[in-house]
Structure formats: C-alpha cells, structure tokens
Write a protein of this length. Structure first.
Length: 153
C-alpha cells in the first residue's frame, strides 16, 4: 500500500472518529503528496524515497515552527504544530537513538576510510543517504564532526 493510499484510509478513519487535529495533519500530508505528483507531470505515484523526503521535510518544518512559537510564547500554535508533527512521525521510520546513531556512523566512517575532519564531506554523503529518515541531518552532522574530531557527542 502506497503512502497516499494509507493517508486516504487514515483520513476516512479520522473523519469517522471526528479527530479534527489528526484530520488536519493528514490532509496537509495528502496535499504535499498531490503537489509532488503534479510537479513531476502526474500519472505515476511517488517513489518510496520521494515519499520519505516529503515526510522528513514536513516534520522538520513542524519542528522548526514549534520552536519559533515556543520562543514567541505562543503555546496555542506550538501545540498545533507538535500535534501535526506527531501524526507525521507515525509515517516515518523509527528514529535512531544516540547509541545506535553512533554505532552506524562509526561503521560508515570505517567503511569509507575517513581519518579526520577533512573527510567530513565524504562521510556525510554516505551517512545522509543511508540514514535518511532515521535521524535528523543536524544530529548526523554534529555526530560525524565529533567522531572525526575524536570527541564525544
């Protein structure tokens, strides 16, 4: 079942259960999918990789918006963003914890033969591809930098 089909089924369930917040988040995800499909010329569905990128981008936007609202003291808007983020995260792969992230990055560093901070780009290219959707880009970047500088993160 494609992401679009899952979202459509979940929209129906949310409508029947009268879950307004969840329904709003699901409709925004569906909107992103429809926009992405029309950008490519339509006809075919999106690849799982493209779907993952869409969801990751949407989650990042919600996270950043929630941070801004928190700084501005707008708890009402922050709560809405965090609720939508929770719905989006249901469709993303499980996020790696710090220990798992460190282990995966150490394996990648060893595989590409990185020896120091000058190899950051080489490691980030592989890590970003392999860990897409499993960890935030900022977390990956800071962890790689710390590991290549032989410091803890």
């Amino acid at each position: 079942m494609s992401l679009k089909q899952r979202i459509e089924a979940d929209i129906k369930q949310a409508m029947l259960a009268k879950e307004k917040g969840r329904l709003q988040a699901l409709r925004s995800i569906k909107s992103l999918i429809l926009l992405a499909e029309t950008e490519k010329g339509g006809g075919e569905g999106l690849t799982p990789d493209t779907e993952l990128k869409l969801l990751t981008k949407a989650a990042k936007q919600r996270r950043e918006s929630a941070e801004v609202y928190a700084k501005q003291g707008r708890a009402d808007l922050e709560e809405i963003e965090l609720a939508e983020l929770a719905v989006i995260e249901e469709y993303l792969p499980k996020q790696l914890d710090e220990g798992d992230l460190r282990a995966r990055l150490l394996e990648i560093i060893q595989r590409v033969g990185a020896t120091g901070p000058s190899d950051l780009g080489k490691v980030m290219g592989v890590a970003s591809r392999e860990l897409a959707g499993q960890a935030d880009g900022r977390a990956i970047s800071s962890a790689v930098g710390a590991l290549l500088n032989n410091t803890d993160f």
